[in-house]
Design a protein around this ligand. Sequence first.
Ligand SMILES: NC(=O)c1ccc[n+]([C@@H]2O[C@H](COP(=O)([O-])OP(=O)(O)OC[C@H]3O[C@@H](n4cnc5c(N)ncnc54)[C@H](O)[C@@H]3O)[C@@H](O)[C@H]2O)c1
Length: 270
Amino acid sequence: MDNLFNITGKVVVITGGSGVLGKGIGAYLSAQGAKIAILDRNEEVGQKQIEAMNAKGGDAAFFLSDVMNQEILEQNKAAILARFGQIDVLLNAAGGNMPGATIPPDKTFLDLNIDDFKKVVDLNLFGTVLPTKVFVPELAKQKKASIVNFSSESALRPLTRVVGYGCAKAAVTNFTKYMAAELAQKFGAHLRVNAIAPGFFITEQNRDLLLNADGSHTERSKTILAHTPFGRFGEADELYGTIHYLISDASSFVTGTVAVVDGGFDAFSI
Ligand SMILES: NC(=O)c1ccc[n+]([C@@H]2O[C@H](COP(=O)([O-])OP(=O)(O)OC[C@H]3O[C@@H](n4cnc5c(N)ncnc54)[C@H](O)[C@@H]3O)[C@@H](O)[C@H]2O)c1
């Protein structure tokens, strides 16, 4: 039997691909033989990533993008097809949170900034829906194709403070399941969609929430770790294997699922 995890030559589009997680995921998949199309707003980081991947024998390109703008995404699609000829995988990694869409400990829900809440829903939900709409026609042309959406622990279990982002990611999870049936029934069972729900990883955006200036854990960190059977935060590279699985033949009968990568946080009660 062929290696079920072989992704050599697959063209992988990564939205938000210049972010903390996207950078590592792109480099890992490139090293596994995939061709990488990074779509991001951050051209400076993107160009450096591409150079690094290509210097190691990869085949990667950067496309300046905005996942909330269909016209730009259509231009990206045409440029990717001109460069790589096909699209096999879409990783909807663009997403994130904003302070105004959270509730600090000294405030209540009544202080919520509705505009920021909407912006967070726009980026995480519509920033997943629009690229899906734009890239599905190309993905459907392939013999096997796959989409991976980026949900979050906050979608599974509401986290204090994180109201806008949690709602948006819960919608991403629902959209993932909706699309599993939609794609299989209307486009064919060769087109799969799943989500990954990363738990707690220390990255640039949440470092100040989770670590004090001296590197020790904040009170919130200690609460998270007390609810994590593994007793530690995740490392970004611990997501790579799950994504590799979801975009390869190893998961050929898997669609509409949410792969939780969280050291047991979601499974744990007391
Ligand atoms: N880091 C974590 O611990 C964690 C946990 C759970 C889920 N996630 C999710 O994983 C995904 C990646 O997270 P990350 O930590 O790499 O985030 P990040 O903020 O480091 O990266 C997000 C990237 O998206 C890009 N981006 C933002 N708006 C865009 C737009 N309109 N169009 C195109 N690109 C845009 C940014 O330039 C950035 O490079 C996100 O969806 C995030 O919500 C992250």
